[in-house]
Design a protein around this ligand. Structure first.
Ligand code: 5AD
Ligand code: SF4
Length: 444
């Protein structure tokens, strides 16, 4: 993970376009935003495959293009607009026939204007993605294509959605508007999916939800579910957590249970109690830090990442300094740092006290520098040690595979081991974002 101003679009597949039956209908899915969207795209992929479409990687090869979108910050929308403009051109040239827009932009009011401007054929929100089935020529199947249905099958890594939506109302956030209130999936259904995935060869399960640790169902809480999953799956991670829901029990379980990757993503957003109140986060900096102490004690080698917003309306220099102090105190291994982006329909978009761009930029760089210095220092401590590395992505042309240690560090390693395998290698150097392992890397 790296410090960044934005969530980069995530490539859905590293596979080349492949051979497509001439005459077969073709579809291209492009995903923007968070892992939740990546997972929704997996479900969309199954729909189009069921409808007889072959998946292609380039717009110009596609009859149908599906943009599965993110609305969380304005730059996410700008990026999608760029793609829509390009698609309009390809459609005029007859190279793309239809365009569908799904995901969080689809659920926002702005989608009506986009539909008109770019002449989009189908716009779907996050709750009615199943309507895509009918659009691609399948019978309407609301029951079949619901979040209950596993999206990924047989991959080495699989996402499992355990809850959707969010019951918080953070001042700046559009998610509750576009994803709705929290809905938790029954424990039996989650465990059943995990067991099926593991039986099908999945070695790494990531539990997903906007506030994953808020999961509860019939008297069970998130930690119960996490423990049960860690009994079934060989490797488990979860994201994204909310500090107010994070129980010490869960933090301790991360340290104690071998199957759980010792990596915690716990968005703090700000180090200032005043800003945390304005943001309606529901905790103070001190309480957040106490949780981090519990995590560090439970998993001293583990990695901790966070989200921070700079330049929220009303953020003073003193507030910013408190954020810098918290970053120093928590010694994050990485952070996603975001410049505040006003989202229509959120409280923060109407608040006074806009922070000038130049100030936001300076604060952004100051937080970034603080995070990177610390991450670099912490990563240096890993140099010289031998690590068991899970291969996430197989080697590219330069022979480097991308893996992950049990402490949750990203590692570049020289190996041709396939994704899903483990190798043992010594860490020879480290940057602020990634560790580098040397050769030879032995397979475990
Ligand atoms: N402006 C900037 N960052 C935002 N985030 C959510 N909404 C906004 C916004 N309006 C950030 C938060 C959240 C992450 C997914 O995106 O830090 O944790
Ligand atoms: Fe948005 Fe806050 Fe819910 Fe996270 S907890 S999705 S930031 S409203």
């Amino acid at each position: 993970m790296s410090s960044t101003t934005q969530t980069a679009p995530i490539p859905l597949s590293r596979k080349p376009a492949g051979r497509v039956d001439p005459g077969a209908k073709t579809a291209c899915i492009r995903t923007f935003g968070c892992q939740m969207n990546v997972h929704d795209s997996d479900r969309i992929r199954r729909m189009i495959q069921d409808a007889g479409y072959a998946e292609v990687q380039r717009y110009e090869d596609a009859d149908l293009v599906i943009l599965n979108t993110c609305y969380v910050r304005e730059n996410a929308v700008d990026r999608v607009k760029g793609h829509l403009g390009e698609l309009n051109r390809l459609r005029r040239e007859g190279r793309v026939k239809k365009v569908a827009l799904t995901g969080c932009i689809g659920a926002a009011e702005e989608s009506a204007a986009l539909r008109q401007t770019y002449d989009i054929d189908l716009v779907l929100g996050t709750h009615n993605t199943y309507e895509l089935a009918e659009f691609v020529g399948l019978p309407t199947m609301q029951e079949t294509y619901t979040p209950e249905l596993p999206g990924t099958e047989g991959g080495h890594n699989a996402f499992v959605t355990i809850m959707t939506g969010c019951n918080y109302q953070c001042s700046y956030c559009i998610v509750p508007t576009v994803r709705g209130r929290m809905v938790c999936r029954p424990m039996g259904s989650v465990i059943g999916e995990v067991e099926d995935l593991v039986a099908g060869g999945t070695g790494y399960v990531t539990l997903l939800g906007q506030t994953v640790d808020a999961w509860r169902h019939e008297g069970k809480r998130f930690c119960d579910l996490l423990e049960a999953v860690s009994e079934s799956a060989p490797r488990v991670w979860f994201t994204t957590s909310h500090p107010s829901n994070m129980e010490n029990r869960t933090l301790k379980a991360i340290g104690e249970r071998d199957a759980i990757v010792k990596r915690l993503h716990l968005p703090v957003q700000s180090g200032s109690d005043r800003m945390l109140k304005v943001m309606h986060r529901g905790y103070k900096a001190e309480r957040y830090k106490r949780k981090i102490d519990v995590f560090r004690e439970a998993a001293p080698e583990g990695t901790l990442s966070t989200d921070i917003i700079v330049g929220h309306p009303g953020e003073s220099e003193e507030d910013h300094e408190q954020t810098l102090r918290l970053v120093e105190d928590c010694a994050f291994d990485s952070a996603y740092i975001f410049k505040f982006s006003p989202r229509l329909g959120t409280e923060a978009a109407t608040l006074p006290g806009t922070v000038p761009d130049a100030v936001v930029q300076r604060r952004f760089l100051e937080v970034l520098r603080q995070v990177e210095q610390n991450a670099f220092r912490r990563n240096q401590r890993k140099v010289g040690g031998e690590e068991e590395i899970y291969i996430r992505h197989g080697s590219t042309e330069d022979g480097k595979a991308i893996g992950e240690t049990w402490s949750g560090h990203a590692v570049h390693v020289n190996t041709d081991a396939a994704p899903g395998k483990y190798v043992k290698a010594r860490i020879v150097s480290a940057g602020p974002h990634v560790l580098y392992a040397g050769e030879p890397a032995t397979s475990v």
